[in-house]
Design a protein around this ligand. Structure first.
Ligand code: 5GP
Ligand code: ZN
Length: 119
């Protein structure tokens, strides 16, 4: 199986194993690893193995993979013991959304009470 990879992309590097990360879950379509700068006691990033710039690009080209990303996020939450207490899944998209890494990723945040709305 081939993976769509973008040279120079940080998260493609983590998917390929070239860049080290604390991986908590992986399957044929996705990889989940701890955020290097956690914003909550649990802060895991879930990425598709294939490179897509953001949620719009991913959902436009691969609905199955979009669903797999969401399913993996809920699996991570369960693995991290967040199911009962609750958690948040966030996909920052574009400049106003605060996206800083251009490979679509879902943040899974939990382990404390999270405020709303975001700043
Ligand atoms: P964004 O701001 O694009 O929604 O989220 C990017 C996330 O990637 C940030 O929360 C940031 O802390 C995390 N991040 C940036 N560089 C690295 C890295 O090299 N390794 C890991 N594990 N996380 C990273
Ligand atoms: Zn990438």
């Amino acid at each position: 199986m081939t993976t769509l990879s973008r040279p120079g992309c940080l998260f493609c590097g983590i998917v390929s194993g070239d860049i080290p990360a604390d991986v908590v879950l992986q399957d044929t379509q996705t990889v989940a690893f701890r955020d290097i700068s956690p914003a909550a006691p649990t802060h895991v990033l879930v990425v598709p193995r294939d490179h897509h710039d953001d949620l719009a690009a991913l959902s436009a080209s691969d609905r199955d993979l979009t669903g797999a990303l969401m399913a993996a996020a809920t699996q991570v939450a369960a693995l991290e013991g967040l199911t009962d207490g609750g958690y948040r899944v966030v996909l920052n998209t574009g400049v106003d959304g605060g996206q800083t890494v251009g490979h679509v990723h879902a943040h899974v945040l939990g382990g404390r009470s999270l405020t709303w709305p975001p700043g």
